[in-house]
Every structure is written in structure tokens, then in C-alpha cells.
Design a protein around this ligand. Structure first.
Ligand code: SAH
Length: 222
């Protein structure tokens, strides 16, 4: 786990705000103690622009530029709870790096995180900042998440933070047997959060919640 005290110096006042956020998430049903501890330790304000930092510990999504948003902490907690089952899970693929907050949480739970972003300036900004923060187990890729990453596959888990309109087959094929995927799916304009298991008899899916994510877009942008 990265020690953020080195970056935050003596100004640890945001810890109070994070503790309050964690109690709110507990009340809303996030129960995994390891995940709550990680949310308490990771300074969400460092992932967003200075002008919005006073809202960093409200349970809301916020803009991160390029028409994208950092997900609401409750959703981050919920998705992480759905994907993290036990500590035998070593390698995870994340689609949609964005500002890297979800990536940082995953990097505190999994041995290796591979994350893909399709917007080049966002990829550059976030890969630099995750490195500066001291994360050594994150591989950032600029590319189209619909392709996944064959060279890094198979994965124990795949987490998608943008919503496609069908379950991407190419990604299912990069999951290990019994691997899991958590993703928002946009069906007829309504988004549902799905938890998918890759079994030898095909995929098992369960609808978990109604959600609202940015759309998953094909191709890349410079
Ligand atoms: N977890 C991020 C969420 C960012 S929003 C955070 O909390 O900051 C979703 C991200 O998915 C955006 O950055 C968007 O550019 C990216 N995205 C959308 N379609 C994609 C695709 N096909 N491949 C990779 N990234 C994609």
C-alpha cells in the first residue's frame, strides 16, 4: 500500500473528511472492512482539479475534464466490493482509467492492475500522477478497452467504468476460468450494473443495481 503521508506532509486534515465519507458508505451498505480502510487512506482530492477539491469527500461524481467524470465513491466502493472476492486474485484489468482513483484502490487490493484509457491526454496525465504517487503495480495503457490486453491476459477480474451497449465478447475471452467481471451495461437507454462469472458452461450474470456511467466509446482520441 502506498504511504500518502509522504505526499500530503503535515496537512492531514482531509483524513477527517475521509472518515466521514467512510461512515456514510458503511451506512449505504459497503461492508468490506479492507475496502473501507483503503478508501479512508487514499486522498481522493489528489485525483481531481484544485477548484473542486472542497467537494472531494462528498459522495458525488465530479468532472475530470474531456467530458468524463470521477465515479461517485459509493459506486467505487460497491464495484470494488463486487469484484474483490478473496486474496487469491492477482491480476485485474480496468477499462476506463479516467483520473485513476478506482485504479489506485484496485492497486491496493490486487498484485497487478492493468488499466486502459482511450483519451490520450487523460492517459498521459493519470499515468504520470499514479507514478508520482508511488504506485509500482499499475500498468497504464493508451488504447481501446474493447480490445482488452491480450499480452497481459488472462485476468482474474475485469472492471469496466464506462458503459457499452452489449457485453464485450473479446473481454470475456480474456478472463480466467471462474474469473469475474463487473460492468455497467446500457440496454435501451437504461444502465444496469452487472456481475458476470465466466464458468465452463458459459457466463452467469446477475443484475446488481441501476447506475449511470459515461458511455464506452470505440477507438481512441489524441
Ligand atoms: N474510473 C474512472 C472513471 C472515469 S469515466 C475514474 O473514477 O476517474 C470512464 C472512463 O472510461 C473515461 O475516462 C473514458 O474516456 C474511458 N473510456 C470510455 N470508453 C473507453 C474505451 N473504449 N477504452 C478505454 N477507456 C474508455
Amino acid at each position: 500500500m502506498v504511504n500518502f503521508n509522504r505526499i500530503l506532509g503535515a496537512g492531514l486534515t482531509s483524513l477527517d473528511a475521509r472518515q466521514k465519507l467512510v461512515s456514510r458508505l458503511k451506512n449505504k451498505g459497503i461492508s468490506n472492512k479492507i475496502i473501507l480502510e483503503i478508501i479512508k487512506n487514499i486522498p481522493r482530492h489528489l485525483f481531481i482539479e484544485t477548484a473542486l477539491r472542497d467537494r472531494a469527500y462528498n459522495d458525488v461524481a465530479l468532472p475530470i475534464g474531456y467530458n468524463q467524470t470521477i465515479s461517485q465513491p459509493y459506486i467505487v466502493g460497491k464495484m470494488t466490493q463486487l469484484i474483490f472476492e478473496n486474496d487469491n486474485m492477482k491480476k485485474i484489468l480496468e477499462i476506463g482509467t479516467g483520473c485513476g482513483y478506482q485504479t489506485a484502490i484496485l492497486a491496493s487490493l490486487f498484485k497487478t492492475v492493468v488499466t486502459i484509457e482511450r483519451i490520450k491526454p487523460l492517459y498521459i496525465r493519470t499515468s504520470k500522477s499514479l507514478k508520482r504517487m508511488g504506485f509500482k503495480n499499475i500498468k497504464c495503457i493508451f488504447g481501446d478497452g474493447f480490445n482488452g490486453s491480450i499480452v497481459d491476459s488472462p485476468f482474474d477480474a475485469i472492471l469496466m467504468t464506462a458503459a457499452p451497449t452489449t457485453i464485450p465478447d473479446r473481454l470475456i475471452r480474456q478472463l480466467k476460468p471462474n474469473g469475474r467481471m463487473v460492468m455497467p451495461l446500457n440496454e435501451h437507454g437504461k444502465q444496469k450494473l452487472l456481475r458476470i462469472k465466466n464458468t465452463k458452461n458459459g457466463i452467469l450474470k446477475k443484475v446488481v443495481d441501476d447506475v449511470l456511467f459515461v458511455p464506452m466509446v470505440e477507438g481512441t482520441t489524441d
